[in-house]
Design a protein around this ligand. Structure first.
Ligand code: PMP
Length: 461
């Protein structure tokens, strides 16, 4: 390690509180300082190359050195580095990006609101629906339905919608009225002897019972990721989304698709909702919107929701919500260029083709004694490691098997992410056949090495 790296690591240990990190362990472990990126690769300060198998945080669609995005940012910085959208102001990049988003999205989504992050976007959705329902004279219609293991962010409202214990524990969340339904993951939560169709029917019956128990007149919205990503890469069972959509229509509940990871091609379709054949009233997008080169999220919503909010803003005199950087010109200019690249290079088609290849090459892992399930669709995959394959028994979380595999990944030059003992892959959408082969070969090696470790530690019988 160089003197510079030592001082950087030391400075980090002495100053930072890291997101999603055990802060005490960090003092021992230290940071992995990443210094540059190139295509699907990133490099650490010692010059070691890694394939970024998770595209950063499920987000760098176009890879790590796309010059067109650098130039778009530079051009916009020179023309107008900052302006806002409050009180009738506007600027071209946010107008053009909103127009582009409406053009790309399902037809019923005609309006756009920008925030800086997915969490802020979901908090905004909560506030929009509260505002709307007050305006419509139904102030009791304020609750949300979400799912266990869903991920919607970490701010006060979005963190409440998230269904993961670590995001609630000791944060006094949930802090808004939300009811979490069962996680729709068949492998883990299907009952003994139950078919996938039977599982879907049971989940839909549960949802309807919950709606009736809470009272449909009290429920504002249902939020879900079309394919649940951060909670462990869990595709929905067949027929789930059309069934949920029908319930939302029957009971006048706004259907919100959280497309923060799914959107802009990740599943090999434009959006997750399109992939699974349902029409949301609201779609929340971020991450791949700018390939995370700039912080930006966009909420797309229907004309009916817009009308109710617009009328109320007229009555009150303002829609009293918005961020200093809502629709930031540099972020929206980069977003627009990024979406052009996704279209021009057919990265959605590439995600479908390379995703199919990735799943074909990962499929043999499903026979490995350490692997319970290999799942996902398009360019997203989850490999769940289990202690007892026939019984589907998970490892004791205290043994941190997933973290071990994640660390072996770094040694093998593949950055993935572990959610518990599920290893997630979500590589940049520019991957080539050669990249996919290297990713799946390294993942196979990670599973083999983790298996050796698990046996050496006597974690399996
Ligand atoms: N929704 C989903 C589906 C996400 O995956 C994430 C982030 N992983 C968020 C919302 C929150 O986005 P952010 O981290 O930008 O606040």
């Amino acid at each position: 390690m160089s003197i510079l790296s030592n001082s950087l690591a030391q400075a980090d240990i002495e100053t930072a509180l890291h997101p999603y990190t055990d802060a005490r362990a960090h003092a021992e472990h230290g940071p992995l300082v990443i210094t540059r990126g190139e295509g699907v690769h990133v490099f650490d300060e010692a010059g070691k190359q890694y394939i970024e198998g998770l595209a950063g945080l499920w987000s760098v669609g176009v890879g790590f050195n796309e010059q067109r995005l650098v130039e778009a940012a530079h051009r916009q910085m020179q023309a107008l580095p900052y302006y806002h959208s409050f009180a009738h102001k506007a600027h071209e990049p946010s107008i053009r990006l909103a127009e582009k988003l409406v053009e790309m999205s399902p037809e019923n989504l005609t309006r756009v609101f920008f925030t800086n992050s997915g969490s802020e976007a979901n908090d905004t959705v909560v506030k929009m629906l509260w505002y709307m329902n007050n305006a419509l004279g139904r102030p009791e219609k304020k609750k949300f339905l979400a799912r266990a293991k869903g991920y919607h962010g970490i701010t006060v409202a979005s963190g409440s919608l998230t269904g993961l214990p670590a995001n609630h524990r000791d944060f006094d969340l949930p802090a808004i009225p939300v009811s979490h339904l069962s996680c729709p993951h068949f492998y883990r939560f299907g009952a003994e002897g139950e078919s996938e169709a039977g599982f879907t029917a049971r989940l839909l019956a549960e949802a309807e019972e919950r709606i009736l128990a809470e009272g449909p007149e009290t429920i504002a919205g249902f939020i879900g990721e079309p394919l649940m990503a951060a909670g462990g890469v869990m595709p929905p069972p067949e027929g789930y989304w059309p069934g949920i959509e029908a319930l939302c229509r029957k009971y006048d509940i706004v259907l919100i698709a959280d497309e923060v990871i799914n959107g802009f091609g990740r599943l090999g379709s434009s959006f997750g909702a399109v992939h699974y054949g349902f029409t949301p009233d609201i779609m929340v997008t971020s991450k791949q919107l700018t390939s995370s080169y700039m912080p930006l999220a966009a909420i797309l919503f229907s004309e009916a929701i817009f009308d109710a909010i617009a009328d109320n803003s007229h009555k009150i005199g303002t829609f009293g919500h918005g961020f200093t950087a809502s629709g930031h010109p540099v972020a929206t200019a980069v977003g627009l260029e990024n979406l052009k690249i996704i279209e021009e290079r057919d990265l959605i088609g590439n995600a479908a083709r390379m995703g199919a290849l990735m799943h074909r090459q990962l499929a043999p892992l499903a026979d490995h004694p350490l692997v319970g399930e290999v799942r996902g669709t398009g360019l997203i995959a989850g490999i769940e490691l289990v202690a007892d394959k026939p019984a589907r028994t998970p490892f004791d979380p205290a043994r941190k098997v997933g973290i071990k595999a994640f660390e072996i990944g770094h040694e093998e030059g593949l950055i993935c992410r572990n959610t518990g003992d599920t290893l997630a892959l979500c590589p940049p959408m520019i991957v080539t056949e050669d990249d996919v082969e290297r990713i799946t070969a390294r993942m196979t090696r990670i599973v083999e090495r983790t298996w050796d470790w698990v046996r050496a530690e006597r974690l399996v019988g």
